[in-house]
Design a protein around this ligand. Structure first.
Ligand SMILES: Cc1cc2nc3c(=O)[nH]c(=O)nc-3n(C[C@H](O)[C@H](O)[C@H](O)COP(=O)(O)O)c2cc1C
Length: 486
C-alpha cells in the first residue's frame, strides 16, 4: 500500500480509500443493495489487512447505519489513531429551516449524531456533502470552524461542488480565520471527467486533495459489458441515472469490445482505470510530489516530449461525456513508438501522438535501409533475407529510451512480407513492457495486420497487448481511437 499526505493536512492516508456507501441496513435508506453488517465487517477487516487506513462514510448512507457498521468494525479491528475516518453531513432540512435551526446549530447536531453513530470522539475529516443552497456559506463555514475548534473534527472537506464554490468558500474562510477545506470529493472516473476542466487545476494550485468517488463508475468499469449480474447493477437507480443515458456516447461498449479479449485482461484494465484515477488524484494533490515525479523522467533525445499543456483540460469539449483530454499525470503518459522506412507509418504515428497527447519515439536502424534493401522484388535484398529468417534481429540505431512513466504504448510499423519488420522484434525484446498497455498498429500496401501483433506479443513476453489495427492513412486514426474510447 502506498500512503500520501492529504492535501494541506497532517493526515497520512492510504492511496486507496475505502468508500463505505455500500455498507448499511438495506431497509433504511436510498439503496436496496447495501451489505449487511457481517459482510461489511469482512470487507473492512480485509482492507485493514491490506494497509487501507482511510475510510469514508456519511450520515446520509442508509440513515447512519453505514457509520455504525464502520465504527464498530474499526473499534474491533484497529486502533483509533491508526485510521483516518471521514464522514459527511447533509444540508438543512425544510423542517429545520421552518423551525429556525441555524446552519451552525444544524452542523453541531449532525456531527454529534455522526460521532454517536461511529462511537468516536472525533473524526479526522468532516465533509460538507453537498452544497446547501438554503444556508449561507458563512454559516456553514462558521459551523464547521466550531466543530474543528471543539476537537470533534481535525479537518474539513467538501464534496459535489463547482470549483468556483470551493474557491469562494476557502477565500472567505481565510478572510475570517476559519478552517479551510483541505479536500474535495467529486465524481471522477474515465467515463465522467468533468473534474479535469476546472477542479483539478485549481486543486493542484492550492494543494487541495482530490478524493474522487465512483472511480470505477459504480462498477461499469470493472465488468465486461452485459455482465450486469450484481444486485447493485440491477438495482442502483442512481448509477443508472448517472451513466446509462450516455453509455453510447461514452463508447463503453465499443471500447470494451476491443479491449476485453479475456477476463484476465479485463481485470488488468479495471486495475489500470483505477490506477489512472489514483494517479490523476495524486497529481492534483501535491505539486511537490508531481514535480518530483517529473524530475525522475529520463528524456532520451529521440523522444519528442509534448510539454504538458496546463490549459488542455480547460480546452476540452463542454460535455463531460465527450471529454477527450488525457490525464496529465506523469505516471500515466502515453508513448507512440514507431519504425518507418519510407515515411507512411511515421505520418500515422504523428497523428496518433497529436490526437492522444502522447510522446513520440522513432526506432531507426543502426544500418539505414537503402532503396536496394527495400526492394521486395529482389529475393536477395536485405529485407527479403531478414524477413525470411525469424531469428534475425537488426540493431537499433536510435538512442535508448526509458519507458518509466508510460502506461500506454502504441507501437507502429510497416508490414513487410505479411509480418512485422524484424527490427520491431529487436525493440520488444530489448525493453520491459510488463505492466504497460501495448497497442500495435501497422501500415501496408493492402495486407492486414495479420499475426504481426501476436508475434510481437509473444516475443515481448510481457505487457497487456490489445488487438492491433492496420491504419493505411492518417485519416483512419480518428475513428480507431474513438472506438477505443479516446
Ligand atoms: C520489403 C517490403 C515488403 C513489403 N511487404 C508488404 C506486404 O507483404 N503486404 C503489403 O500490403 N505491403 C507490403 N509492403 C508495403 C509497405 O507495408 C507499405 O508501403 C508501408 O505503408 C510502408 O510504411 P513506411 O513508409 O512507414 O515504411 C512492403 C514494403 C517493403 C519495403
Amino acid at each position: 500500500m502506498k500512503y500520501t499526505k492529504l492535501g494541506n493536512s497532517d493526515l497520512t492516508v492510504s492511496r486507496v480509500c475505502m468508500g463505505c456507501m455500500g455498507f448499511g441496513d438495506a431497509a433504511r435508506g436510498q439503496h436496496s443493495w447495501t451489505l449487511d453488517e457481517e459482510h461489511s465487517r469482512e470487507i473492512i477487516r480485509r482492507g485493514l489487512e491490506l494497509g487501507v487506513n482511510f475510510f469514508d462514510t456519511a450520515i446520509g448512507y442508509q440513515s447512519g447505519t453505514s457509520e455504525q457498521y464502520l465504527g464498530r468494525a474499526l473499534r474491533d479491528f484497529a486502533g483509533r489513531d491508526e485510521v483516518v475516518v471521514a464522514t459527511k453531513f447533509l444540508p438543512r432540512t425544510a423542517q429545520e429551516i421552518e423551525n429556525g435551526v441555524s446552519g451552525q446549530q444544524h452542523i453541531e447536531n449532525m456531527i454529534n449524531t455522526s460521532l454517536s453513530n461511529l462511537n468516536m470522539d472525533y473524526v479526522d475529516l468532516y465533509i460538507y456533502h453537498m452544497w446547501d443552497c438554503n444556508t449561507p456559506i458563512e454559516d456553514i463555514l462558521d459551523g464547521l470552524n466550531r466543530v474543528v475548534k471543539a476537537g470533534k473534527a481535525r479537518y474539513i472537506g467538501i464534496s459535489n461542488c463547482f470549483a468556483w464554490q470551493l474557491a469562494k468558500a476557502n477565500a472567505l474562510a481565510e478572510k475570517e480565520g476559519f478552517a479551510k477545506f483541505i479536500s474535495v470529493q467529486g465524481h471522477y472516473n474515465l467515463i465522467f471527467r468533468e473534474e479535469e476542466r476546472e477542479m483539478a487545476p485549481y486543486c493542484a494550485e492550492e494543494n487541495i486533495a482530490l478524493t474522487p468517488y465512483s472511480a470505477l463508475a459504480s462498477g461499469r468499469l470493472s465488468r465486461k459489458p452485459g455482465e450486469n449480474t450484481t444486485k447493485r447493477a440491477a438495482e442502483d437507480a442512481y448509477a443508472k441515472f448517472k451513466y446509462d443515458a450516455t453509455a453510447q456516447q461514452d463508447g463503453i461498449k465499443k471500447s470494451n469490445r476491443r479491449y476485453m479479449m479475456t477476463s484476465t485482461r479485463w481485470m488488468k484494465l479495471s486495475a489500470l482505470l483505477l490506477a489512472i484515477a489514483l494517479l490523476f488524484t495524486l497529481a492534483a494533490c501535491g505539486k511537490t510530489q508531481t514535480t518530483t515525479e517529473t524530475q525522475t523522467q529520463s528524456a532520451a533525445s529521440n523522444v519528442e516530449t509534448k510539454a504538458a499543456d496546463p490549459t488542455a483540460a480547460a480546452n476540452t469539449p463542454q460535455s463531460g461525456a465527450e471529454t477527450t483530454a488525457q490525464p496529465q499525470s506523469t505516471d500515466a503518459k502515453t508513448l507512440v513508438v514507431y519504425f518507418s522506412a519510407t515515411g507512411t507509418t511515421k505520418g500515422v504515428a504523428q497523428t496518433i501522438a497529436s490526437a492522444t497527447g502522447a510522446d513520440l519515439y522513432e526506432i531507426t536502424a543502426a544500418q539505414t535501409y537503402t532503396e536496394a534493401d527495400l526492394n521486395w522484388n529482389d529475393k536477395n535484398s536485405r529485407t527479403t533475407l531478414e524477413q525470411n529468417d525469424k531469428s534475425v534481429r537488426p540493431a537499433i540505431g536510435s538512442e535508448t529510451i526509458s519507458l518509466d512513466g508510460y502506461s500506454t504504448i502504441f507501437i507502429g510499423y510497416p508490414i513487410w512480407w505479411g509480418e512485422e519488420p524484424r527490427i520491431m522484434d529487436t525493440f520488444v525484446e530489448s525493453y520491459d513492457l510488463s505492466g504497460k498497455t501495448v497497442i500495435p498498429f501497422c501500415t501496408s500496401g493492402g495486407s492486414g495486420i495479420g499475426s504481426s501483433g501476436k508475434n510481437l506479443e509473444a516475443n515481448a513476453g510481457g505487457g497487456n497487448w490489445l488487438e492491433g489495427e492496420r491504419l493505411s492513412k492518417s485519416s483512419d486514426v480518428e475513428g480507431w481511437l474513438k472506438d477505443m474510447g479516446y
